[in-house]
Ligand binder design. Structure first.
Ligand SMILES: *Cc1c(COP(=O)(O)O)cnc(C)c1O
Length: 380
């Protein structure tokens, strides 16, 4: 047997083999997956905008006018007026000088960190950060120091004796597999004291957290911080942006390889994203309803004895530890028509396999009740 075939077999044996499901409907809370209509609790479409008529309409009409492909990278001729308009609107929404579009959040993280940090820099990173931030740190060749999840004392202690020429603190805003929220104020104060740059990847917070949907930094962002947001989650479209002060953004345009050496997003996607930004601003009820679902779920879990982790975000993990147990429960839920993914290492640390439940503003209380009943039968 070849090395790869043997390694694949071992993944199967360890319950770590991954396979893809096929979706054959629009993204919605009851999609058709592998030919079966399911009640889904696993999308990142937190506000229900991926299939919203305004967004669809804007994409369709923009495509009629501008076609599909952007034709080139941003620095050649791929930078359209739609991208420029979206960047201005995002900067204004976040409340910073400038914003820059990237093709994905993964690429934004790689680009930002490797453009700023050098082999003489130090990077401090939360241990539960998203894989893309870890990859970004490796790509930069900076010295990487990982601190335990939200252990700001440890971070403070280590950074205070660091004499590197430049220092960066990298954190998820909302931690993607735990639903916890970064202690933004403490991190800002540590960054300020030690002359470090704070880079926050708020992929899961943008659009969702804060009264106005500006994410975990709403009313907190300081001029020196760099914020990264994705558009494929709460915005319901595709792409990502980096927001910060003018000189940081100018630097990215000059130096971020994942910005420079890649085709610009289709301009129609930028137009569709402008429509979703408008909905994010206008329809606060989506965030309010989502918060009500989260609170309801947490309360009901307590009542019936399901040990869900504490989380005020739409990401609600139930940690089992064993990949095998987690897979089995996920399969049993699916048999009851409910889709909740089993998240296993290396996406999460060893022995912390979990169900990752995520809510959307399109879910009803009744659908959350269906989930609770199914979980109660399997777990208590
Ligand atoms: C999803 C995610 C990304 C990647 O964003 P994409 O636009 O999907 O590439 C980056 N960081 C975090 C924390 C994420 O959850």
């Amino acid at each position: 047997m070849s090395d790869l075939a043997a390694a694949l077999d071992k993944l199967q044996l360890d319950n770590l083999y991954r396979s893809r499901k096929v979706t054959s409907s629009a993204q919605q809370v009851e999609p058709i997956i592998n030919g079966q209509k399911v009640l889904s609790f696993c999308s990142n479409d937190y506000l229900g905008l991926a299939n919203h008529p305004n967004v669809i309409q804007r994409l369709a009409s923009a495509t009629q006018n501008m076609g599909v492909g952007s034709g080139a990278s941003h620095l050649i001729t791929g930078h359209h007026d739609s991208h420029a308009a979206l960047e201005e609107e995002l900067a204004e929404f976040i409340g910073c000088e400038k914003a820059l579009l990237f093709s994905t959040g993964y690429m934004a993280n790689l680009g930002v960190v490797s453009a700023l940090a050098t082999r003489n820099s130090s990077i401090y990173a939360d241990k539960l950060n998203h894989a893309s931030l870890n990859d970004a740190a490796l790509l930069s060749r900076a010295k990487l120091n990982r601190y335990a999840h939200q252990a700001t004392d440890q971070l403070n202690k280590n950074i205070s004796v660091d004499e590197s020429s430049s220092k960066f603190i990298l954190t998820d805003g909302v931690f993607s597999m735990d639903g916890t929220i970064a202690p933004v104020k403490t991190l800002q104060s540590i960054a300020h004291t030690h002359n470090a740059t704070l880079i926050i990847d708020d992929a899961h917070g943008i659009g969702v957290l804060g009264k106005q949907g500006k994410g975990c930094t709403e009313d907190l962002l300081s001029t020196n911080d760099i914020l990264i947001g994705t558009l494929g989650k709460a915005f319901g479209t595709f792409g990502a942006f980096v927001a910060g002060k003018q000189e940081s953004i100018e630097w990215m345009i000059q130096k971020a390889h994942s910005y420079i050496y890649t085709t610009a997003l289709p301009p129609a996607i930028a137009e569709a994203t402008r429509a979703s930004l408008q909905l994010i601003k206008d329809e606060a009820w989506r965030r309010e309803h989502l918060q009500a679902l989260i609170q309801y779920f947490q309360d009901r879990c307590k009542q019936v004895g399901i040990s869900v982790s504490a989380s005020n975000t739409p990401i609600q993990p139930i940690i089992f530890g064993s990949s095998k147990t987690t897979l089995k429960i996920s399969k049993n839920l699916l048999a009851a028509g409910i889709l909740v993914p089993a998240i296993r290492p290396p996406t999460v640390p060893n022995n912390t396999a979990r169900l990752r439940i995520s809510f959307s503003a399109e879910h009803s209380i009744k659908q959350v009740d269906q989930l609770i009943i199914a979980l109660e039968q399997l777990l208590t």
